[in-house]
Design a protein around this ligand. Structure first.
Ligand code: PEP
Ligand code: MG
Length: 328
């Protein structure tokens, strides 16, 4: 089995009926980039920039951020890297940041974190914007904003980046050849205004870890709740089907970067919904590729409406049965 997975590394992630799937990895450290070669993944679909902030004793200055981003881009070569701006605050409070409002938070996951914090601490986001743009000089920069709840937050963050780009240009700095902007969909309410954001968006990445905790109002870290709600439940699957439909026909590329996508059966279900871009933990790439290469996607897509319509006490069993019946 291990030998099989190693051999899979150099084979394309293409379904039995010829549909190409973009398999990427989640990362957060310089060292993680080595997993690109080990897994044969297409790129880094989620680079969690907050790791550097979390392991530092002091706020990482621009030079240090820039060095990390450049090292990551150099190691990735021509494979794309999607940098997510800092998702700190809430339960990831940093001792060196003066965030005493944080001490009072009773629900940190729903608190002053991620883009909410970054828009209030503009200096922090400006420094990160410059570090990313200078690190990506001459290349395409992919930047993604976490925990967007309403379109104006995305617009404000994107405007800040555009402003910093102009500032760097005015000082004669080398700039990225292009910048692609994306948002994470992890606050369920964003779906109601997604249509307003699509025209200004290059890509959208669904973060199923936070999304499902908010969809079910169930703490993702609570041991009694972690296994209670299934990612394959109609609640999650119908929600995602709705997102796919909303994005369809726009120029926005849609992917999933939460842990859900790292499990083969869940990944199969996501492909069935029409999602063709998954960013997962490196250990999941081999099993995901094995699943993809054994899948007749057209057949699954044909059966998806029936699966979604049929309520089941154990929704997982429906996908399992389909996989078994169809040689996945
Ligand atoms: C998510 O919420 O699904 C996600 C990918 O982000 P994180 O796990 O870093 O919150
Ligand atoms: Mg998240």
């Amino acid at each position: 089995r291990r030998a099989n997975l190693a051999a899979l590394r150099d084979l394309p992630a293409v379904t039995r009926d010829g549909v190409s799937i973009e398999l990427m990895i989640n990362a957060g450290l310089r060292e993680d980039v080595a997993a690109l070669d080990l897994t044969g993944a297409r790129g880094i679909g989620l680079f969690r920039t907050e790791f550097q902030f979390l392991v530092s004793a002091t706020l990482p200055q621009r030079e240090r951020q820039q060095r990390l981003y450049r090292d990551v881009l150099d190691a990735a070569g021509d494979r794309p890297v999607i940098f997510r701006t800092v998702d700190i605050g809430g339960d990831k409070a940093l001792p060196y940041m003066n965030v005493d409002e944080n001490a009072l938070e009773e629900n940190p996951a729903m608190g002053w974190r991620a883009l909410r914090l970054a828009l209030d601490r503009e200096g922090l986001l400006k420094v990160q914007a410059r570090a990313l743009m200078e690190a990506a000089a001459g290349r395409t920069l992919h930047v993604m904003f976490p925990m967007v709840s309403e379109p104006w937050e995305y617009e404000a963050a994107r405007s800040l980046f555009i402003g910093q780009r102009a500032w760097l240009a005015s000082r004669g700095k080398k700039l990225p050849a292009a910048i692609r902007y994306g948002a994470m969909l992890e606050v369920p309410g964003l779906v109601e205004t997604l249509d307003l954001m699509l025209p200004h968006l290059d890509f959208l990445s669904i973060g199923t870890n936070d999304l499902t905790q908010f969809l079910f109002a169930a703490d993702r870290a609570h041991p009694r709740l972690a296994e209670r709600y299934d990612w394959l439940s109609p609640t999650v699957m119908r929600y995602l089907a709705r997102v796919v439909k909303l994005v369809e026909g726009s120029k926005v590329t849609l992917g999933v970067c939460g842990e859900m996508a790292g499990r083969p059966l869940e990944a199969m279900a996501l492909l069935g919904l029409g999602i063709d871009r998954l960013s997962i933990t490196p250990a999941g790439v081999g099993p995901a590729k094995a699943m993809i290469r054994s899948l007749n996607l057209a057949a699954l897509r044909q059966d998806m409406p029936a699966i979604l319509a049929r309520p089941a006490a154990n929704p997982r069993s429906q996908y399992q049965a389909w996989a078994e019946a169809n040689g996945v």
